[in-house]
Structures are given as C-alpha cells and as structure tokens.
Design a protein around this ligand. Structure first.
Ligand SMILES: [Mn+2]
Length: 334
C-alpha cells in the first residue's frame, strides 16, 4: 500500500473513532520533544477545526521553547481524575515511555497510536496503530493524514499548524542534517512555507534561542568530552550539580548530542545525564552502530541511529559497560 493511501486509511479510521468518542485525549512520551509535542498541538488544532474538543495531556514539559505555540493554553497536566473514551498516542508505542499516562490507556475505550520508532515488544494495547519507522517524524505522518483538511483551515490556523509541523521536522532531522532527512522532509518544509510560516523564525525560536545559563551548562557538558577507540567514540556527561550551579531544571536543554554528533572522526556519541544519584539517562547516536539494539538491552528504545535508555550504577562502570557494547556491535557491522 502506498504511504498516502495508508495515511488516508488511518485518518478515516481515526476520525470515525473521534466521531463516536465522548471525550478525546492526545498524549506523547515522557520528556516530550519537538516532534511528539508539536504533532499533538497540531492535531488538537485540526480536531478543533473539524468540530471536536480534545485535551492534550502531558506529565512533564519544557515550556519556553514552545511559547510561540501557545503551549500553556493547550496542555493539561496528567492527574488521577482524568478519564477519556479515546486516547491518541503520538511519537511512542511502548509502555516504558508512557510514564504516568498508563492509567489513561487502561481506562480508555479505544487507543490509537501514531508513531515512527522501531517497533518494540512492549506495544501499548490499542485498537489501531500506524507505526512507520521510515517516516521522518510524526508531524509528517499527521500532515499526510490531514493534508486536505489543513489546506481548508483559516489562515491563522494554517500558520499555527504549519509552525507546529515545521518544529517536528527541525526536531527530528536536527535542522535537516540527520540521516533520516528525506524527500518527504523537504516536501513538508515546502508545504509549511505555503501555509504561511516564516521558517527562519521557527528555527531561531526553537533551535537557537537559549538563555546564557543554558549555554554555560552546554560549555560545562562539552568540557567533559572523552574520546575513545582512536577518537571514533565520544562520551560526555552532566551531573545534577552542573544544573544546580546554573539554576536550571533537569530538562533545561534537550538534544545536547546535536552539538557533537557530526564532529570529525566521531562515529558514535553517548551523552550520560545524571537524573538522580546512581541513575543516568543515556542518549546514543551513531553512524555505524545499531544503537537501538544497545538501548533495548537496557529497557530503552528509539531509532537505529538515535536511541535512549536509563542505567543505574556509578558512572565509570556504566561507561565501561556501554563502551563494551558499542565495540561488540561495531565489530558485527564491519
Ligand atoms: Mn519523533
């Protein structure tokens, strides 16, 4: 089946569930990023245009970067009293990254999933899903589903949805530089321009508007860079102390790996972020190693070239173990 047909078919199935639902919830993964978050914002606006109210429920979110998308007016924080007929899950499909929102899927009559991560075992129970690991971002999948609807929206809504969709592209392609950047990414970028979006403004707001303290944290993280295996593997880390010194919250800067993943001679990057004493969140990026397989081993997941997981223990031991994993899978590749 052609992707366009699949998108239309899934959109039809989703809309018939939307029509019969008394209440609708949109949600994305824990530590939401520009893809899942902005796809949900865009979908909320599309459903609103079609005459359906929905809530976008999150359990944790970074505010400032999304101010231009009226984020505060459009999200509600998860709590036990929430209950919905229809739950639409975006940019994830496994229970691990669903966080507290598992109660929403357990209570729901119907769950739909829209995602582009590598399929894992821990699939959230749902009546219908469209998971395409080749899709550049979930924003693109949403655009493929609702192209005609979006073009019929009033100008202001078009521009809003366009800004959301462009943010999903920037996030998942790292400004059109990641290996997943394909013709669909550029097609969506062109479509976004036609929706009236000034793409450079979204880029500035989303990719480069940082506080001085965030840049100081970045400097401290970069100063931890260690090179291993003749410089092909790069490790860097951050501690809770570094955040405290700069007066920052734990998710102050997401995607720190984007600053180092294309450095000369470096194939694989791992960023170890201390979340609490003895617990680290790992971001793995590689041009040669299947880091999805490594992340999976520690209960994480993601994409073949970009994945994440959490590890418990002391940092030197965790680094040693991960280095062994990378070297072992590197050997299988070559
Ligand atoms: Mn994504």
């Amino acid at each position: 089946m052609l992707i366009g047909d699949k998108a239309k078919e899934f959109a039809g199935q989703l809309m018939s569930a939307v029509k019969s639902a008394k209440s609708i919830c949109l949600t994305t993964h824990i530590n939401p990023d520009g893809d899942g978050l902005c796809t949900c914002l865009a979908m909320k606006r599309i459903l609103q245009f079609l005459g359906y109210r929905s809530d976008f429920v999150v359990d944790d979110f970074e505010l400032d970067r999304y101010n231009n998308l009226q984020i505060l007016d459009n999200v509600i924080l998860d709590n036990d009293s929430l209950h919905y007929d229809l739950v639409i899950i975006v940019d994830l499909h496994d229970y691990q990254r669903l966080g507290s929102r598992v109660h929403l899927t357990n209570d729901a009559e119907k769950v739909f999933i829209l995602d582009h991560h590598e399929v894992e075992n821990d699939l959230i129970k749902c009546v219908n899903c469209w998971i395409d690991s080749k899709a550049v971002c979930t924003g693109w999948m949403l655009y493929a589903m609702f192209t005609d609807v979006i073009s019929a929206m009033p100008e202001a809504d078009k521009e809003y949805v366009g800004m959301c969709l462009y943010t999903t592209l920037l996030n998942d392609t790292n400004n059109f530089t990641n290996a997943n950047t394909d013709e669909h990414a550029y097609e969506l970028a062109a479509a976004v321009c036609r929706l009236g979006v000034k793409t450079y403004q979204v880029y500035r707001k989303f990719m480069i508007s940082r506080t001085p303290m965030e840049m100081r944290l970045l400097g401290q993280v970069l100063s931890t860079i260690e090179l291993l295996e003749n410089g092909r593997i790069l490790f860097m880390d951050s501690s809770q102390d570094m955040l405290n010194q700069n007066g920052l919250e734990k998710d102050a800067i997401s995607n720190l790996t984007r600053w180092v993943q294309d450095l000369k001679g470096v194939d694989t990057v791992v960023y170890f972020r201390e979340e609490e004493i003895g617990r680290y969140r790992l971001s793995l990026r590689s041009k040669t190693v299947n880091v999805h397989a490594i992340a999976l081993k520690y209960g994480g997941g993601g994409h073949l070239q970009a994945s994440g997981c959490s590890c418990e223990g002391m940092l030197p031991e965790i680094k040693k173990t991960i280095l062994e994993d990378i070297i072992a899978s590197d050997k299988m590749v070559h």
